[in-house]
Ligand binder design. Structure first.
Ligand code: HEM
Length: 212
């Protein structure tokens, strides 16, 4: 780079130097979703403990939210509205702006396998944050679907009389509880990998905060 070009680059405002990776609506809905999800998961574990589905599984009180069943239900129902409204805004804008089509599709199984193997060998490039690799695409589409399933199964165990048809689709109240539990497990699994990867590639975390 010539001295003139370097001087020009240095005097450019940040906005002109790096492309916008995540528009404001993605960042705001992402962090609201992260907060709401953590409250839903923590309070959900406390609610689960009041009537466990598996005899071998209880969540320690230290990592559950709400202290007891009634307290946890208050947290769960409060964060539920935040999660549902925010989720509807994110998915609607994702479809209408074309972001989902551009950034999450297409997903080719062969690319998923090759990107996964490259990631395992530490050879996956993170130079261009504007493009998601095939594994990211699959995981993001997967967690969005898990989010939809957890909301629908949640509604069907919250109001099984009013939404009897929805509860019936899941195979009844008890089956809907299992679906709700396994969707939570999938989201917690995603979140564990997702947060580790965000820490390994800190510039992706920066982009999800400041946009660039
Ligand atoms: C609380 C901890 C979280 C952290 C630190 C975090 C971090 C990040 C980062 C850094 C990105 C951008 C990845 C990139 O540009 O390569 C991202 C995107 C994304 N995250 Fe998270 N995240 C968190 C929670 C969640 C939760 C709870 C969910 C859903 C259950 C989620 C779903 C997503 C999705 C779907 C995207 C893609 C968004 C888009 O491009 O439209 N994240 N996250």
């Amino acid at each position: 780079m010539t001295l003139e070009a370097a001087t020009h680059q240095a005097t450019l405002p940040d906005a002109a130097k790096s492309p916008l990776v995540h528009p404001l609506w993605v960042r705001v809905t992402h962090w609201i979703n992260a907060l709401a999800m953590l409250v839903m998961i923590g309070s959900g574990w406390q609610i689960y403990d009041a009537s466990p589905l598996f005899s071998f599984l209880q969540f320690p009180r230290q990592i559950a939210l709400g202290q007891w069943l009634a307290g946890a239900l208050l947290w769960h129902f409060a964060a539920m509205w935040l999660l549902v409204i925010n989720g509807i805004v994110y998915v609607t804008l994702g479809i209408l702006t074309g972001r989902f089509r551009r950034k999450l599709f297409p997903i080719h199984p062969r690319e998923v396998v090759s990107d996964f193997l490259a990631a395992m060998r530490g050879k996956l490039s993170h130079d261009d944050l504007t493009v998601y690799n095939a594994v990211q695409r699959l995981l993001y589409v997967g967690v969005i679907l898990a989010g939809i399933v957890i909301m629908l199964s949640g509604i069907s165990i919250w109001k099984p009389v009013q939404f009897w048809w929805l509860t019936a689709i899941f195979g009844g109240y008890d089956a809907a509880r299992y679906v709700h539990f396994f969707a939570m497990t999938a989201i917690v699994g995603f979140l564990t990998v997702h947060v580790v990867l965000a820490c390994i590639v800190p510039k992706s975390l920066r982009a999800m905060i400041v946009g660039r």
